[in-house]
Design a protein around this ligand. Sequence first.
Ligand code: NAD
Length: 479
Amino acid sequence: MVYKNFIAGSWADGNDATRNINPSDTNDVIAEFARGSAEDVDRAVEAARTAFPAWSRSTPQRRHDILKRASDEVITRADELGRILSREEGKTLAEGIGEATRAGQVLGFFAGECLRTGGESIPSVRPGVGVEVTREGVGVVGLITPWNFPIAIPAWKIAPALAWGNCVVFKPADLVPHSAWMLTDILVRAGLPEGVLNLVMGRGSVVGERMVSHPGIDAVSFTGSVSTGRRIAAGCVGSQPMKKIQMEMGGKNPFVVLDDADLDVAVEAALNGAFYSTGQRCTASSRLIVTEGIHDRFIEALSQRMTALRVGNALDEATQIGPVVDQSQLDTDLEYLERGQSDGAHLFAGGGQPRVNTPGYYFAPALFTEVKSDMAIAREEIFGPIASVIRVRDYDEALAVANDTDFGLSAGIATTSLKHAADFRRNAEAGMVMVNLPTAGVDYHVPFGGRKGSSYGPREQGAYAREFYSTVKTGYTAH
Ligand code: NAD
């Protein structure tokens, strides 16, 4: 079976199709998925532009009801959707089901947001004049998503886009089309009019590039790597008209452990942050910055927990760490394992390719110690289950090392000191700060995003999503 694109209200064949392979078992071909062309993007944009006037003026109740129906269906089918997700991406079943549930919750939140759109009435500085500040949809938005959250990220872009009356051209990552297809199918059946949501699966270099250059797209929200983000941002600003942009990119997130930390809390948070979801989270704790007094106890306890994690087939209930997503990511992880050692870090535990009884891209979580802040493993985003421990003297050095990075998405600290927790919350150069919690794992009703090389443009999620998905109009009326 070939799963089709959804363009202008109907399912459409592509010129080409790609096979979707299960990373836990490369003999398992999930299905074939259409690969769209530049012409498919053109048709999708035209349909979206045609739909925009009516959709953007539809009642909040109508938009609410559609998003609510989709939310209910995603939550009801979370087990099935989670299994589909885990099969194509490789995160564990529990993580896949959790992510599907989250996507449903996000849709539910933005159903509510449809009913919370309002404006401001402001007295003018001139007599006899009234001022009204209102928000409108931006127009046609292009949404480009990565493979590591195959349903949650699409949901947290599509839902606010629709809530604010925008029409959408959605391009998921090539590796995870099934989750994107399922989400689109659910939203369409929830009652979206023709042209409001278009799914164009396919290559970034074909479908993505056309979206970036297309004059009919008003805004692009992207999540993915820094290099792709930079290229898309330049393309959007260089196109006519200039497009509004929102870029969520990489991370190299620090997790500081101070001498006064509760060891169990610190180890649990580091284990989760560094290795769960196979380390393939933009918010993963890849740098563990540990003060001298607790250093040896911390690495001993963490490595014991880490080496006990069960690496295996994502669809096996007992698995705690699924495979990495594909051969290229596996090669990257293996290269960094070598690079860390040749740069002088100590591979304290783990690493390598464990034997699992299905052929897949398996990699054992790895812990490096004696890492220096200028080593490649401490500076570059690996996007795998590899954590680097950097030993520091005290809190001040820990903070300096935490901020010694080109990225700024999430930062965490384990401490029982209110003073240090408060100081870290204020001075960590990151969009999100966690105290005694993993750097990964966030709420859906509050802003998500980072600073420095991690993000560009307005935040995603929660009520703040409106900064990107709506545009402000200031209306003056003479009385
Ligand atoms: P990627 O940059 O390779 O691809 C992301 C998307 O961009 C895909 O849909 C891809 O097809 C598309 N694309 C590629 N080239 C393009 C082009 N020239 N024009 C238009 N579109 C193009 O990223 P990935 O490997 O899918 O995802 C992993 C990356 O995503 C990591 O760096 C990770 O940190 C990041 N990420 C960031 C966040 C965040 O919110 N900050 C969340 C999740 C993932």
